[in-house]
Design a protein around this ligand. Sequence first.
Ligand code: 5AD
Ligand code: SF4
Length: 443
Amino acid sequence: MNEMVSNTEKLLHVMTFGCQMNEHDSERIAGVMGLEGYTCTGDVEKADLIIVNTCSVRDKAEHKFYSELGRLRKYKKAKPDLLIGVAGCIAQQEGEKIIRRAPYVDLVFGTSNILNLPAMVKRRVEHHVRVTEVDFDREYNMLDLPADRGDGLKAWVSIMYGCDNFCSYCVVPFTRGREMSRPSASIHEEISRLAADGYKEVTLLGQNVNSYGKGLEEGVDFPALLRLIHDIDGIERIRFVTSHPKDLSDRLIEAMAELPKLCEGLHLPMQSGSDGVLSRMRRGYTFAEYYDKVKRMRQAVPDLYLTSDIIVGFPGETDEDFRATVRALEMAEFDSIFLFQYSPRPDTQAGTLPEQLADDVKAERFNIVMDLQQKMTLKKNSFRVGMVQEIMVEGASKKGSELMNGRNRGGAIVNFEGECRRGELVNVLITEGLGYCLKGKIT
Ligand code: 5AD
Ligand code: SF4
C-alpha cells in the first residue's frame, strides 16, 4: 500500500487479525477509502481513520482484539478528530455492543458492508452519531469492490463469500453469512486487470471453493472456473483456498493434473482423524474417505504439497479419538498444518456441548501433535534435497541479505543463492530441507 503523504490527504491505518479473507478485506477497505482520497499509513499515530479488522474464529483472537482496542484509546485522546472503526467478524457478531463496551469507537460495520464505509464516515462526521451497519447484504457477490493491493506480484481474489456448511465448531456461517458465489465474468475481469497490471500469481479465496457456482445460473463450477482463469495471459500461477474435502471432485483432481498454471499445493482441512469426532463436527466425511481423496490427488499430482487444519480437544474427544488423529497424521504425511486447540464459539452447536475438555488436556494434545508434525515437515523437506524446483522470486530473504527468497509451486518458502529479479521464475536446486523452509541455489 502506498505510503506517500501530502498535506491535504487523509491517512488510513488498517489493523488486520485473522485469515487471508480478512487480509483481502483490509485491501478492499483501503481500496474503497482510497477513492475518497485516503492514503494508507503504517504509522498508527499519524492516522485520521483507524480500522480494526477483526477475527472471531477462536476466542484468543477475540481477546487480542479487545486489548488492542484498549490501546487505541490514547490516540483518540491525543487527536480528538481521529475516527476509529471496527470491521470484520467480531463487528458482525457483536454490532453495537462494541460501542457500548468501548464508547470511543465511532463506526462498527460487518463483513458485507465495506462499500458503505465512505457514507458511514460522512454520517459520523456530519451528524455526530456513532454508526453501526451489520445487516448482511444479500447482493454482496454482485458488487465490484476496489482493492488496494500494493504487492504487484501476487493477489488474492475472492470468488465466493460466506459458508453454508455449519460445521458444529465454526462461527463463520454466523459472521460471513450464507454462501454466495461471485459471477465468473466479474472474477475473470478482475484477474485480467491484475494481469494487465503485471500480477503473475492469483490465489482464489472462498470458505469452500469446491462448491463454487452453487446458486448462480451460469453453470460454471469450480473446475470450469479454473479453466477460464487459466486462459488469462500473464497469470503464471493459480492457487486456491480453502477446499472442503466432502466437495472435492474428480473433476478438480483432473484439473490439477492437467492445467500447468495450477500450482501443486492443496490446503485440505482434515480437522480430526476420528470418525466419531468428524461426525460430531458435522464434516460430512470419514477419515477413510478423506484419505482416499488424498491418495487419488497424489497419484494425479506428483510431489503435491498437502497442508491441513487440525483441531485438538473437540468436546468429548477421548484418548482413543486423539490416537486416531495421531495415526491419521502419520498416514496423511502433511507438509505442514495449522493446529488449533478447540475453543467454544458463540452461536455454534459444539459450544453448548456438555463434554468440554480441560485446558491442560487440550494443551497436552496440542504439544504432541505439534512435535509429530515438526518431525514430519522435516522428513518431507529433506526428501526434496536434490530436486530442482521452480521458484517465483519475491526479493531478498532479509533486508541486506545476499540470499534471495521466493516460493515453490507447492507454496513453501525457499531461500536461495543466485542472481535474479523479483517476479522472475527461476530453477533452484534444493540443497537443504529445514523445518520451516527449503534452501538452495539457482541451477
Ligand atoms: N476452535 C478451534 N479451531 C477452530 N477453527 C475453526 N473454528 C474453531 C474453533 N471453534 C479452525 C479450523 C478451521 C480453521 C480456519 O480454524 O481448523 O479450518
Ligand atoms: Fe476469517 Fe473466520 Fe476469522 Fe472471520 S472468523 S476472519 S472468516 S478466520
